[in-house]
Design a protein around this ligand. Sequence first.
Ligand SMILES: NC(=O)c1ccc[n+]([C@@H]2O[C@H](COP(=O)([O-])OP(=O)(O)OC[C@H]3O[C@@H](n4cnc5c(N)ncnc54)[C@H](OP(=O)(O)O)[C@@H]3O)[C@@H](O)[C@H]2O)c1
Length: 353
Amino acid sequence: MASVSVDEAMRRAIELAARGLGTTSPNPVVGCVLLDEGGEVVGEGFHAYAGGPHAEIVALAQAGQRAKGGTAVVTLEPCNHTGRTGPCSTALVQAGVARVVIAVPDPNPVATGGAATLRAAGVRVDLGVRVDEAEAGNVAWLTSMRRGWPYVIWKYAATVDGRSAAADGTSMWITSEAARIDVHALRGTVDAVLAGVGTVLADDPRLTARNLRDGSLAIRQPLRVVVDSSGRTPADAQVRDGAARTWIATAAEVGAGPDGRVDLSALLAALHQRGVRAVLLEGGPRLAGAFLAAGLVDKIVGYVAPRLLGAGPTALVDAGVTTIAEAIDLEFVDVTQIGPDLRITALPRKREG
Ligand SMILES: NC(=O)c1ccc[n+]([C@@H]2O[C@H](COP(=O)([O-])OP(=O)(O)OC[C@H]3O[C@@H](n4cnc5c(N)ncnc54)[C@H](OP(=O)(O)O)[C@@H]3O)[C@@H](O)[C@H]2O)c1
């Protein structure tokens, strides 16, 4: 087999890491490619699920003796601690790896220090190859570890004129089946799905990740969270159906903000404590407005149907904007057609001051 460059190997390691998206929390996604002394690929691995072997261990097992004198190319600094598995830094040293190339240092205070351990053992360590791509592939985990609360994606569906339902309240379905299938795939990549009690009372959603064609549930289900200040979620609400774990987050349990409603920052901190790294905020408009007003949304995914209603509720209510100077400015990062609809992905721009 032909030899590959460290840069090519890192591109491959980032691809491998992405295969773990949605199943590794509270751990990051990680990919590893092992090259022998001549630069040939002798092992590949990715972290598939929390508690399972780390990417480096999978690649080392494949490489066997051929790892000796070789180079390990890893998307994230190898861990340095014994959790459910042993430290990867020690495993790399024991395998006789001569060089380790890392894209991103580990921000987790518990696991960091792998690079130092490797250097102390005489292994050459290089950091910073394809950093932006590796960061993007792990954005939810890295963001949540650096600041202590989860990465929040607000998802909504609306007509071209921004309506989420018709004037008489009918709203099933604004967008196409293709768009709804895409939403279920998105649910499969997060650790928790959030909805306000208003949506639960109006629509009685299940909030599970499932196959829309046959109704079968995805193997891994995100935690369902109803943001419900005074516990108004009905006992027979579908969200309580036992198909996935559910948390009715009340103000009494989480803490209340100045308006007496659930304190959203405290809610995110509590979710982080439970190992949640990525959250899909599924509305409704009032809860989304409160999250946006508090600057707690990291990414917006809007499904826009090629329809007009001209009247009826809007997809967003009261985001703390009263004058144009206060508008929440966005940067569009992707626009993709999904069936007849558009999926628009945008990032809120950081506000000055
Ligand atoms: N187009 C879409 O993408 C989409 C998505 C979802 C829903 N919807 C539609 O939205 C409608 C429901 O809208 P909604 O605005 O009444 O529902 P909502 O945003 O789901 O829920 C709002 C409720 O959440 C509770 N809440 C708890 N803590 C809060 C906080 N800190 N800030 C704000 N709210 C907090 C409040 O009730 P308590 O004070 O009692 O806790 C509030 O009334 C439905 O008709 C549904 O079809 C549309």
